[in-house]
Design a protein around this ligand. Sequence first.
Ligand SMILES: Nc1ncnc2c1ncn2[C@@H]1O[C@H](COP(=O)(O)OP(=O)(O)OP(=O)(O)O)[C@@H](O)[C@H]1O
Ligand SMILES: [Mg+2]
Length: 387
Amino acid sequence: MSKQIINSEYKVGILGGGQLGKMLTLAAHNWDVEMWALDASKDFPTGRVCNNFVEGDFNNYEDVLAFGRDKDVITVEIESVNVKALLQLQAEGKKVHPRPQALQVIKDKGLQKQFYVDHDLPTSPFKIFENEQDIQMAIGNGELQFPFVQKARQGGYDGRGVAVIKDESDWDKILPVKSIVEPLVNFTKELSVVVARNESGEVKTFPVVEMEFNPDTNMVEFLVCPAEVSKEIVELADKIAIATIEAFDVCGLLAVEMFLTEDNKILINEVAPRPHNSGHHTIDACVTSQFQQHLRGILNFPLGNTDVKMPSVMVNLLGADGYTGHAIYENMDKCMAVEGAKFHLYGKKMTKPFRKMGHATILNRDIEKAKEGGRFVMKTLKIRTED
Ligand SMILES: Nc1ncnc2c1ncn2[C@@H]1O[C@H](COP(=O)(O)OP(=O)(O)OP(=O)(O)O)[C@@H](O)[C@H]1O
Ligand SMILES: [Mg+2]
């Protein structure tokens, strides 16, 4: 007889112990499901809420195998994990969501881009390079033109691993690694759709959101839900997100980051098969949070309603520039007074410049007021160290 899922004996293992694992564990606490996490230190955010924290390396074959063997379902909160061990666990009959074969494609931006081409999913054209000399050669013989964006094939996150090369003078930014190069897309907006799927094949999208990025750090700093785009664009973004999760054939969440171009086309930028920064507002602003939806997807429950309860703006709370050390949250009291503001601090003891320390969602029926609140929090809350 198969094990009952809602039963404290049913074990879900997460590779990664960061804030996504923490919020996933918090969502599971509402149900009687036992969560386990694997990462280097119990001091990481997930360790604060997950009693079953195993210290180890999710990139190490043996560690992942040993961690996964007594779990009922294994999932991830980060892509850069040991896929070989996940394939082995899958071969031994374990449920692994997302599917390791899809994870293998997604964690390599070269394979990921080729996947879109092979599945007729819209993305910008790209070329693959072994090293920076080959890029230089391609420029020399006219195969490659400025401006372009270079991305490390593996291991990039939060904009690290992305170099925008406008002209010759940006050459010092070039990354000395295996990479893909694509044209600089002149987008009007960056959109994201978090979509979920379960083992029965049910698929549901969260409302499309609009991201605003900090031009210096390349990190999302402002996220608006619902996106201020036409009905046609909403429908197109939804359609692309659904086609993408079906093509990857994964269960749980897939966040699909997209560019909206001047001629109202949508290009897929990249995907993440896990909870995502662009879905954090769903905890407070939607009927079902992305974290609960991920659990529903990987445990094969019916997917939850994704309707927006109230429009919102989400801001990442980043470590202030110039401060590294034990974190303090200056002006938290002033920020708590912002109408409709909900704070999620991840519990990272140490701050450093631009480190993601938490996020705030500001809910307001008037989206302009929510944005005002978001701007206030961003300029008022200072995450720094004691002098
Ligand atoms: N081809 C492009 N044209 C213009 N801007 C781009 C392009 N590719 C990436 N960018 C900008 O750089 C940001 C980061 O790129 P991308 O999402 O590929 O990298 P990442 O490091 O994996 O990101 P994340 O911040 O999602 O972890 C994008 O959100 C976008 O603002
Ligand atoms: Mg991205």
